[in-house]
Write a protein that binds this ligand. Sequence first.
Ligand SMILES: Nc1ncnc2c1ncn2[C@@H]1O[C@H](COP(=O)(O)OP(=O)(O)O)[C@@H](O)[C@H]1O
Ligand SMILES: [Mg+2]
Length: 429
Amino acid sequence: MAKMTILVVGGGGREHALVWKINQSPLVEKIYCAPGNPGIGELAECVNVKQNDIDGLLNFARKKSIDLTVVGPEDSLVAGIVDEFESQGLKIFGPSQKAAEIEGSKAFSKYILDKYKIPTADCIVFDRFDDAKSYLKEIEYPAVVKADGLAAGKGTFICETEAQALTAISKVMIKKIFGDSGNKVLIEKFMKGEEASILGFTDGKNIAYLPSAQDHKAIFDNDEGPNTGGMGAYAPAPVITEKMFARICKEVFEPAVKAMALEGRPYRGVLYAGLMITAEGPKVVEFNCRFGDPEAQAILPLIDSDLVEMMLRIATGKNINAHIQLSDKWSMCVVIASGGYPADYEKGKEIFGLEKKFGADVEIFQAGTKNTESGKVVSNGGRVLGVTAVGADFHSVREKAYWAVRKITFDKAYYRRDIGMKALRHLKP
Ligand SMILES: Nc1ncnc2c1ncn2[C@@H]1O[C@H](COP(=O)(O)OP(=O)(O)O)[C@@H](O)[C@H]1O
Ligand SMILES: [Mg+2]
């Protein structure tokens, strides 16, 4: 087979990790990334097309005879990029628009969970504010309010009181702070437990599971403060014991993949289940239709199989082998963010230390960065870098990751000091 030209859509840390992994495939000749970032630019040719400009991406893919397009972010998938590419005979990895609705609409996702008896929090969906408002009087607190549609990770509110819940539904349904994503609101029961993510490649039938992972959503140590896109991740997550993993396969993934096929929305791509490990067992918090960020930065280095071969099989409707080759190592990613994130923060800070030699077991994945005209790399977003270390023993992986983090600096850089502490607690003899 002639070597392939790949287009990766997106420009964050997840996409840097995808490009890094794809670049290791012997099947690949050249990688483009739209829009990419300076770190990605060291491995791929960055293309000045926005990730949600589907027409622009289509034109580019046709012009360059792209053999396979790989989509990182959810907005492009939910907008139907896969259907558009396929209708023009272009191969693309990711779920169709109808399948991506599992993330694009939390109400749809709950419908699937309930109909196919997949464990999750009890929930009612409202499309009228007054009905939602009166329901708030009947429930116990804390309770969880969620906007139905995409909200860039900001659409979920954990509410301690009825007053807080009222504020949340008003923001979502009346002020419409997420636009049409707030046409419906979900009010669900609060679940207690530890969270973890499980991802699996699926061809619509077979599932190849990736190592479990744990994200760190909150901005401050001890999971305090407002939620972010994710401040760090490690894999595998010891909270997912072998027994728990077996339950997640049986109780969540197998029925979910079957359900999507039965509903006429066969799911082909990577399916991400956000889970709460409760006293009763695993319960679904949400599904995502793509890799997580920063989970991808922790998980992808633990895949030994050829990622491109897997993605190509799925994109061309072939069956996958469920036995994907995984490394038995640990990995951990610490995100370095701009001070002030997730609220206001400054951009344009020169980043020092990127050129250092960190060794083969450390990768610096770039997210919110850009090149200045004079060739410097400066911060250009809330989450700036994802520093990942890989190794045989979790303690040393954690030390190595923080060692590398301390070697990189920019004005007002911020990172959590406690990434991986939960894993350590499980691993203590
Ligand atoms: N029912 C629930 N009980 C407890 N915590 C929840 C519940 N639903 C969501 N959360 C918390 O809120 C976070 C965000 O919710 P999620 O459904 O994943 O939405 P999104 O990622 O789209 O913002 C979760 O990672 C979890 O920490
Ligand atoms: Mg989530």
